[in-house]
Structures are given as structure tokens and as C-alpha cells.
Design a protein around this ligand. Sequence first.
Ligand code: NAD
Length: 499
Amino acid sequence: MALRDISHFYVGQSGEPVDRFADVFDPNSGEIQARVALGTAADLEHAVAAARAAQPGWAATNPQRRARVLFRFKELVEANMAALAHLLSSEHGKVIADSRGDIQRGLDVIEFACGVPHLLKGEYTQGAGPGIDVYSMRQPLGIVAGITPFNFPAMIPMWMFGIAIAVGNAFILKPSERDPSVPVRLAELMIEAGLPEGILQVVQGDKTVVDAILDHPEINAVSFVGSSDVAHYVYSRGVAAGKRVQAMGGAKNHGIVMPDADLDQVVEDVAGAAFGSAGERCMALPVVVPVGEDVADRLRQKLIPAIEALRVGVSTDSEAHYGPVVSAQHKARIEDYIRTGVEEGAELVVDGRGFTLQGHEKGFFIGPSLFDHVKPTMRSYRDEIFGPVLQIVRAHSFEEALRLPSDHQYGNGVAIFTRNGHAAREFAARVNVGMVGINVPIPVPVAYHSFGGWKRSAFGDTNQHGMEGVRFWTKAKTVTQRWPDGGATGDSAFIIPTL
Ligand code: NAD
């Protein structure tokens, strides 16, 4: 049987025959289920041409009408939720309920973007000088692009295009080649919701399309989410080409456990945050830092049975805590890191390697692992593993615990578990990390706040969604106006005017 082809979603046909494809797997079965076109610079050019034709009209559409398209899109996504979640799980491997969460967290940003008439209101000063008023407005950038990772194929595209389109841009999406179908469905639903053709297009591909985006003189801004080396590359090349770029990277989030924390609650929270979605979340919590040997021993004793009780299953198993990882290569990479951890001298308390699921022996499943006595010098600690592996790093004091996430190369999220308000407040103020949870294991900010890490977790200076998103996808214009009451004074000003 011929494989299903997943192609671009853009206006018109490129006329170019597709000669490069990537396999799209079902991680549950380990089988190739489709192939996705890998686009070229010519494919991107077609999308840019359509965007160029459509964008001025969309920018001139009043913001209330633009918002109405998003309202309708939200309804359509809700009506199609079950099918979208199923499609997402079949390519990503996360369990269906988690796929629904992926879609819902994206819809939250769409809801925020529905307020765009209000969000775009500018500032106004009457009488900044004699007869002078000053006002500002935010205008769209024109044609913009987003490049997204495999791990949130619905949420992250919606983080970007929801706001970018609401404010009047034309948006070109280059999704991950591992799970490319949901982004295409989302673009189809946007058109069904009334979006003019050319305002949201999807060009499938790999580095070739990414480079074409970064070099394209008409693409004015690029938002990227993925691993840090690629993020840094995208940031540098995009900025060198004169674009506005925000590039979010990898993570290694720590959960600090103070001696007064409620350990049963911590175990529940950490198990979900470390192993949910097989640890393939940039806001996962793969490092836990108990403060004091006594807490460490008690926490370890409670974690072991909780981890051993985790159910690994296919995406459609409603009892499963998590499903397979995304690819055979990624599974091998995670297992390599477990071997490295052992070689470096960490204690492997629970070993998830060699796990197979009966009836799905070729699926990319991996059992949960727990390491204790992990040291900050170890490579398995310094690197992001992005799998179902939890590491215990023991600290002797609050100050030592604070230093661990603060000194780490990544600075995406961090959590502290404590009943002590002063310790929590001190931690939040001093930790060198962008998003902080206080007794909240995965502190992903809600849609109307902004998402972004520090250090190698984000390059650029503007976060995703919330008002930072509105600022990223628009440029400010400030107008100083004077309506003289007639008659020149004859005075020319040769020095800078002061008031
Ligand atoms: P990835 O870096 O492999 O891919 C991300 C995107 O970049 C994809 O669209 C891919 O096609 C493209 N790409 C890959 N290699 C490239 C190259 N050499 N040149 C140009 N483009 C390239 O990331 P992934 O494996 O899809 O996603 C997982 C990573 O994303 C993890 O590191 C995770 O922490 C990170 N992530 C970060 C956030 C965040 O907000 N900080 C959110 C989600 C995921």
C-alpha cells in the first residue's frame, strides 16, 4: 500500500516535484505511517508570494473582524478536539489526554488573541507641549515565520500564529518533520474559520527550509522553539540578516525540596512532572534537589514505589501515565545517557532500559528511570536528556540548592517545594531562571502572561505570548502632532526643542 503523503499547506502549487521526503512514524507501533515532503527555497518562495499579496488587506481589516476569525477557529478546534488529539498522539506518542492538553494550552493563547482590539490600543498624551499631542500605535511586521519542535505540535504553533495573525501579519509555519499533520489541520481550520488565504501557510521541511526562512529578505521576524544549539544558530543567522528573532531552547529544570515540604505531595507532583509525556517537555522536572540527607533518604524511599507503579502504555490507553518517545533514535539517545550516568558514578536506582510493551514490541517505549547521588560535574546532569529519567542531586543547604539551577547552562523553569513563605520568596527573587514555581511543579505561565527562559533556554529578549508576544509581533510607531492655530511665528528652531 502506498504511504500517505503529508504536504505543504499554501496557496497554489509550486509546480516543483517533491523529491525529498522524511518518514513519519507511529511511535506506538514503531512503523512508518506516512511521509512528509521536505520543502525547498522555491516552496518557501511560493508561500512568501501568497503572503505578500494577502497581508496588506488583512492588516487593513479592523481588529474586531480579525478577532472574529479567531473566535470561530476556537469553536472549530473544540468541535474537532477528539480527532485532532488522536492525530497528534499517533505521530507524537503522548497519551490522548495529554494531546488534548497540548491543544487546549494553544487554544488558551487563541482566547487571549481574541482580545486583540484591546491589546493593540496605543498610548496618548494630550498637551505634551504647546498644542502638541503624542500618540503611539503598534503595527504588524508584515510577513513573519515560526519554526516549531516536535514536542508540542499544536500548542507552540498556536502560541505563535495566534498572536502574529491577530495583530495583522501573514504567518508561515515550518513545523517539526516528526509530527507534521496537526499543524496542517490547524491551518485548514483557520481558513474554514474565515481567514483569507495566504495569511497562514505551512511549509514542511528541515534545515533547508529553515535556512531559506532565515535568509529571506521579506520575512521580518522569526520565532523559533527547539533545542539550544539550533536555537542559537537560528538566532544568530536571523539577526545577522536583520530580522527580529526570538529563539527558545532546551532545559534542565530543578525541583528544590525543602525539609518542611509535604513529601507525599512532592512525590505526586514530581512523578507527573518528570515522567508525563515521557519527559519530552521543556518544562519537565527531571532534577530533584532535596535539601539535607534526611529529606533525600525519605524522598527516595517514597519515589521508588511511585515510579515502579507508573504505567507505560500506548497513546490510546486511558490508564497509561505516558506513552512512547518520539523516535527510535531518541530512545537510543536516552538509553545512552542512562549508560553515561552509570559510568559517571551515579547510582541507578530504577532502570527503565529494556522495557517492551507486549503486542507493541517495536514501539519506542522506555520505562521510567531514577538516579540518585548525581553530581553537578556529570555530563548526564549538565545535558538535557529529554526522556523519562529523574535525577536526584543532594544538597546540604538552601544556598547550595539555589546555586544548582542558577549555575546550570539552562534556565527555563524551576520549582521550590516548601511551607516556608520566606524561603520561597527569597528563592523566587534570587534564582537565575526565567520561570519559577512555588509548590507548582510545572510553572508554565497562563496565556495572558508570558513564557520564556533564561541563559541557553532562550536567545533574544522577548517572551512568547501575553503582552510580550504582542510586542514581538508588532512594531511601535510614535506620532508627535501639532495643529497650529494659523500663522507662522518666524522663529526657526536650530537647537533641539526642550519643554
Ligand atoms: P530540534 O531543535 O531538533 O528541532 C526544532 C526545529 O528546528 C524543527 O522544526 C526542526 O526541523 C528544526 N531543525 C532541526 N535541526 C536543525 C538544524 N540543524 N538547522 C536548522 N533547523 C533545524 O528540537 P526538537 O527535538 O524538535 O524539540 C525538542 C527540543 O525543543 C528540546 O530541547 C526542548 O527542550 C526544546 N523545547 C523548548 C521549549 C521552550 O519553550 N524553551 C519548548 C518546547 C521544546
